[in-house]
Design a protein around this ligand. Structure first.
Ligand code: PEP
Ligand code: CO
Length: 448
């Protein structure tokens, strides 16, 4: 860490920069009161965990580990329910099992959860029937109902968001520590409706292969191998609402520097990645590993600036670049971006979701499974051809049997989308599509 360059950094220094995508709180006093309360609350994660994740990212940069990051586009407070949380954990655990088996690498599991409550919007206001109100910006800020009081940004939601994140984290930690993630019992992760899935046989084959390997290892070790009984699980969310993030940015007794202790892995979204803007200024002072979304408008110069600002000392495990270019653009656009940062320490992740969003003829927002896997295939191959490697994936998915993306083993088509479309923001892979994608990733890595 370069102390000198960070001498003048403070968690609130971003306030002097242009801050995109922030709500306007009509009651400034109420905001300050809520933030003061938030600053006093215990953190959601610890600096030890954040440092451990940074080290594992460094290993992923070197090809020794692989990142699986996934979850909802936006969580809602109402989704803090045991069944939904368990299903989200199940799908990520099952995918990671397929990836460990296929890639023969450790997998870093990161949920887009316990804090993914703020969303960037294309306009500040929304007009319906001549009435203009602030846009819905996520449950951390306001309520989606189209009336004046629901849409008014409410600072109490900052405290509610912290509490709901803590409830979610508490349950996830309890499940993991209590043996839910024990590799001896992958049957705990089965989702009932999947028994009839065309993928069930293939998944079971992999589970059986892993069970055989575990028996083999334990025979050699002459007893249980502790690493197999629990897994590490990390959280992430877009560091969008800077007041919220800054109020949970702390110094700790035994580790120098500042930590965002609301999540292990905050990322900067496409719309807030201006090198002169508030989000980059805020994130550059953190010890957490930082992600940056890299979309089609990113230029090589811009990307170089971001690397210089966010990782001036080229620290291993510090910076993840998450490209989301779209299946039709990745061939053209990724190579110059890779060249722009050649020689620097970065972890490349691919988000094959956000560059492949389209509307059906009926105006429903969706994504094709084929586009998602095509972008991933391109990502694996292009990185390999240019002498590097893809270090992981960033996905929008759910453990539920929704119909939001088309394609996959069940061949969902546009008319199927009406059956169970629940997302209020972006379309997610359902459980089965997510598992199929994990199986495809293992193949793609071999082919690249
Ligand atoms: C997201 O990840 O939900 C998102 C808004 O992504 P991006 O910033 O890449 O558009
Ligand atoms: Co999204």
């Amino acid at each position: 860490m370069n102390r000198e360059r960070l001498d003048h950094w403070t968690p609130d220094g971003w306030c002097a920069r242009p801050a995109a995508q922030q709500p306007h709180y009509p009651d400034a006093r109420a905001l300050q009161t809520a933030l003061a309360a938030l600053r006093q609350l215990p953190p959601l994660v610890t600096s030890w965990e954040v440092n451990a994740l940074r080290q594992r990212f460094a290993a992923a940069e070197e090809g020794r580990e692989f990142v699986l990051q996934g979850g909802d586009c936006a969580e809602s407070f109402a989704d803090c329910r045991p069944d939904l949380i368990t299903n989200r954990l199940k799908v990520l655990l099952q995918m990671s099992l397929v990836l460990v088996d296929g890639l023969k690498r450790r997998v870093i599991r990161i949920g887009r959860l316990a804090g993914q409550y703020a969303k960037p919007r294309s306009t500040d206001t929304e007009t319906r029937d001549g009435v203009t109100l602030p846009s819905y910006r996520g449950d951390l800020i306001n309520d989606p109902a189209f009336d004046e009081s629901a849409r008014r940004p409410d600072p109490q939601r900052l405290l509610q968001g912290h509490a709901i994140s803590a409830l979610t984290m508490n349950f996830v930690r309890g499940l993991i520590d209590g043996g839910f993630a024990d590799l001896h019992h992958p049957e705990y992760w089965n989702l009932s409706w999947v028994e009839h899935s065309p993928l069930a046989v293939e998944f079971q084959r992999r589970v059986d292969a892993i069970a055989a390997s575990i028996r083999f290892m334990e025979t050699l070790a002459d007893g249980p191998v502790p690493e197999l009984t629990r897994v590490d699980f990390y959280t992430s969310h877009e560091a969008l609402l800077l007041h919220y993030e800054a109020a949970q940015t702390r110094q700790v007794p035994r580790h120098p520097g500042w930590y965002n202790l609301s999540t292990h892995f905050p990322w900067i979204g496409m719309r807030t990645a201006d090198p002169g803007g508030a989000h980059v200024e805020y994130c550059r002072g953190l010890r957490n590993p930082i992600g940056v979304k890299v979309g089609p408008s990113m230029t090589p110069e811009w990307l170089r600036d971001l690397c210089r600002l966010l990782n001036p000392d080229d620290e291993p495990g510090r910076l993840a670049l998450i490209h989301r270019l779209g299946a039709g653009r990745i061939e053209q656009q990724l190579p110059p971006l890779i060249d722009a940062v050649r020689g620097r320490r970065v972890l490349w992740l691919c988000d094959p979701m956000h560059g492949n969003t389209r509307a059906t003829d009926a105006g429903v927002k969706t994504r094709r499974f084929e586009d998602i896997s095509a972008e991933l295939a391109g990502a694996f191959r292009i990185h390999r051809e240019l002498g590097g490697r893809l270090g992981g994936v960033h996905l929008e998915l759910t453990g539920e049997n929704v119909t939001e993306c088309t394609g996959g083993a069940r061949g969902l088509t546009d008319p199927d989308l009406t059956r169970d479309y629940r997302s209020t923001v972006d379309p997610r892979l359902n459980y089965e599509q997510a598992l199929e994608l994990a199986m495809a990733i293992a193949e793609l890595d071999h082919l690249a």
